[in-house]
Design a protein. Structure first.
Length: 459
């Protein structure tokens, strides 16, 4: 089916919902917007058009049906979180263009990559260094990490060792994406929806603190688990260690731009993490970093204009934020929470666990983390809070699961087809390992994470 033909799916869904009379207690305007919103998410799921184009069509439909005013539509584009993502995409481009990301990866391989398991940990640690400042995990995987992993896999002869490296790095990308607010675009989206839904403001430092312990445990355990589930033919990886040395020699000493970026990124991370001690919000810090890169000529204004991912994110992210915000103002989110809450009973902890598991494994039906978060995060959060769950705990659990649930399939998120496309692992193995890893994530993040969050006062 062509992409144009797939437009039939969202159009039919939107019209079908719109023709149903609004339920009791729901404003007709809110119901019309819900129909448009559902059609927009369906369009993103079936990939009828590019995400930005789908959202733009949704906004036009909202305007034409009177579900939103022009002011409401444009309101999402003034959101500070939207511009944080734009700025962070520019950071990502700089990390890739200067070669700093690859240099960091080869440094770690050179230091810890003599053994195959150590090589897996070295690659994971190298991405840990750059993940907080590179929010496009697809770009991080495709432009920075995959070329490194692929070259190392080839040097080591491929086979099961190549399969281990590909799967391990994919799962590391997913975990690291969950750990930092700025490590993937869906985290700020979830944080913004949490503020719109239950009035929570989750800072960069709070998200990082909550994700630190369960994230580190997940990183350590998952590499070992993937190694056990897909054990390479041999335990040594001396070729990888030697190849890293050759690559570093070929790259030569750090250039001026690399050195400048190596100073700017840590400074931004420190300011993001210490937000409670100064008045600079995360977007202001990101703009300071961008200004420093421009003044220091790490990137030019033409580089800024040419970073397509940043401006694409501005359109679809801002549009979705605008629609989600207006749905909340029209009472749709609270109506859904009350409707579902009336049908669930028991302790809030049990209800939160059930909702979290349903939210996690429903990702089998999604090929986009953004579509999943946009469609399900706010109503599931509202339902959990209505059942008595501590708002911050519920928001963080669903926020972390919004990324961790991508571990299961080869189509779950952008990095998945990149690493799967390496050709070292068949689909059955990818899914089997992914499911086992998903169970480990749930146990670690609800178990270790639950205790940790109690200690730091999340609940």
């Amino acid at each position: 089916m062509s992409r144009q033909a797939r437009l039939i799916v969202p159009v039919a869904l939107g019209l079908g919902i719109a023709l149903i009379p609004a339920p009791a207690g729901v404003q007709p305007q809110g119901w019309r917007l819900f129909a448009v919103f559902a059609a927009t998410i369906a369009g993103m799921m079936v990939q009828a058009l590019d995400a930005g184009a789908v959202v733009l069509l949704g906004l036009v439909a909202a305007l034409l049906t009177g579900a939103m005013s022009a002011q409401a539509v444009l309101g999402g584009f003034s959101n500070s979180v939207v511009w944080l993502i734009v700025a962070a995409f520019l950071f990502s481009q700089a990390v890739s263009d200067t070669g700093l990301g690859k240099r960091v990866a080869f440094w770690f391989i050179r230091a810890f990559g003599r053994r195959t398991l150590g090589l897996g940990y070295a690659l994971t640690m190298s991405e840990l260094v750059i993940a907080p400042a590179v929010p496009a995990n697809t770009a991080r995987a495709g432009a920075i990490m995959f070329p490194v992993v692929s070259s190392i896999a080839k040097v080591c002869g491929g086979g099961r060792l190549g399969g281990f490296l590909m799967m391990n790095q994919f799962h590391a990308t997913i975990i690291l994406s969950a750990m930092f607010l700025t490590a993937t675009t869906t985290n700020p989206l979830a944080a913004e929806l949490a503020e719109k839904t239950v009035g929570l403001k989750i800072s960069w430092g709070l998200w990082a603190a909550a994700g630190a312990l369960p994230g580190v445990v997940s990183l350590a355990f998952t590499t070992w688990l993937v190694y056990r589930l897909h054990r390479p033919e041999r335990a040594d990886s001396g070729e990888a260690w030697a190849e890293a040395g050759r690559q570093l020699q070929a790259m030569g000493p750090m250039g001026r731009n690399e050195k400048a970026l190596a100073g700017i990124l840590p400074a931004c991370l420190v300011l993001w993490a210490s937000g409670q001690w100064h008045r600079l919000d995360p977007t202001t810090v990101a703009f300071l970093g961008l200004a420093a890169m421009l003044v220091g000529q790490v990137m030019s204004w033409q580089d800024v204009l040419g970073t397509r991912g940043a401006w694409d994110s501005l359109v679809w992210f801002g549009g979705l934020i605008g629609m989600a915000d207006w749905l909340g103002r029209l009472g749709m989110t609270s109506w859904f929470a009350k409707a579902v809450g009336a049908r669930v009973s028991g302790s809030w902890m049990w209800i939160l666990v059930v909702l979290a598991l349903a939210y996690f494994y429903s990702h089998y039906a999604f090929a986009s983390m953004t579509a999943h978060v946009t469609a399900m995060y706010a109503p599931f959060l509202a339902t959990a809070v209505a059942a008595g769950a501590p708002p911050l705990l519920a928001a963080l659990v669903l926020g972390f699961f919004s990324t961790l649930n991508a571990a299961m399939t080869h189509y779950s998120t952008g990095p998945a087809p990149i690493y799967f496309g390496g050709g070292y692992v068949d689909q059955a193995t990818w899914w089997k390992v992914g499911f086992v890893v998903s169970v480990a994530h749930i146990v670690i993040w609800l178990g270790v994470g639950g205790v940790w969050w109690r200690v730091i006062g999340v609940w």
